[in-house]
Design a protein. Structure first.
Length: 339
């Protein structure tokens, strides 16, 4: 019995394993209920009394060394797995890609910042509107041909509920609740039933502006817009105003800015005119003031509106408006530096 124990002890001291699974197999082979060491303990009861003390001490030594050896083998693989997943705090950190604002948000914020320097606040309103705020209060009489200028998405009729076609509806809401002086801009998303192409979309964004106070003149409008253009496009930019028609302003004008690409000399972007159209503007029609509860005999004002996509396309030389809505990361990543 002692010889068997001694032989088994030498065998256990030389055990090795190539994996945690092999170490577990060794535990089963030697220390399980039917393992080699356990079998020897079962045979201990047949050992003569005179040898029990020596054999018992040898068996206990065998069991302890077998347990310790197999435990060491297991810990070897446990430590290896732990070290593989351990974070080395001395190594440089892993960099993660940083997102950025959408180019339309960048341009919107830049425009808002410029007008904020002139004292304009920001007001917003609902995208689902009624006929009064989108048309009637803005001098669009029922059945008036001017309503056909904007192909509208109606949600239901009688009463008319629709997706707003311009953020002028927010101007009406502000004038209904606030008496002059009023100086605010109105950014937001608008909707028109238009075919989607490189130059047009059924969803786009606008920023409109309104200034109502005593003795507001067309000269105030021109100077305000000239300041905006030079702050946004560069100090050498120029503007020109061309007569136009809008139901809610009189007189009305379309405003062009000198082409920033060719410096006004003419190129394919400005169609060799040296000018780029960017917005409509005009003096608020007295009838609009009266409909909103403002005394048109005491107060006057101007309004203007521009498409954010249009401004962004001019600023970044983008030729297809659809790129703003496709969420192509390759396109959006170009504007990280514009934050």
């Amino acid at each position: 019995m002692l010889n068997r124990i001694e032989s088994l002890l030498s065998e256990i001291r030389g055990l090795s394993a190539a994996s945690a699974a092999e170490a577990e197999q060794l535990r089963i082979k030697y220390l399980s209920k039917k393992g080699t060491v356990s079998v020897l303990f079962d045979e201990f009861k047949s050992v003569p009394p005179a040898e029990k003390k020596a054999v018992g001490m040898a068996l206990n030594q065998l069991k302890n060394e077998a347990q310790q050896r197999i435990q060491d083998l297991k810990e070897q693989f446990d430590n290896a797995e732990t070290s593989e997943g351990k974070v080395d705090l001395t190594l440089p950190g892993t960099s993660f890609p940083i997102g950025g604002r959408h180019p339309l948000s960048v341009v919107r914020n830049q425009i808002a910042d410029i007008f904020a320097r002139l004292g304009f606040s920001i007001s917003e309103g609902p995208e689902i509107e009624d006929d009064w705020h989108v048309f009637s209060a803005l001098n669009f009489p029922p059945e008036h041909p001017a309503r056909d200028m904007q192909d509208t998405f109606f949600i239901h009729k009688n009463p008319d509920v629709l997706l707003r076609t311009h953020t002028s509806s927010v101007q009406v809401r502000v004038m209904e609740k606030q008496q002059p002086p009023i100086r605010a801009i109105f950014p937001g998303r608008v909707f028109r039933n238009e075919a989607i192409s490189a130059r047009a979309h059924c969803i786009f964004h606008q920023i409109e502006g309104l200034y109502v106070a005593e003795n507001v003149s067309f000269a105030d409008l021109k100077q305000t817009l000239l300041y905006f253009v030079r702050e946004f496009f560069g100090e050498n930019s120029e503007i020109r105003l061309r007569p136009s028609y809008f139901p809610f302003t009189e007189p009305s004008a379309e405003m062009d800015v000198s082409c920033s690409i060719c410096g006004g000399k003419g190129c394919n972007v400005c169609k060799y005119t040296g000018w780029l159209e960017i917005m409509g503007c005009g003096m608020v029609d007295p009838n609009v003031l009266d409909l909103c509860g403002i005394d048109s005999k005491k107060y006057s004002g101007f309004a203007f509106g521009m498409g954010i996509e249009r401004i962004a396309m001019l600023k970044y030389h983008i030729k297809d408006i659809r790129l703003f809505f496709e969420n192509d990361v390759r396109f959006l990543e170009q504007f990280k530096s514009a934050l």
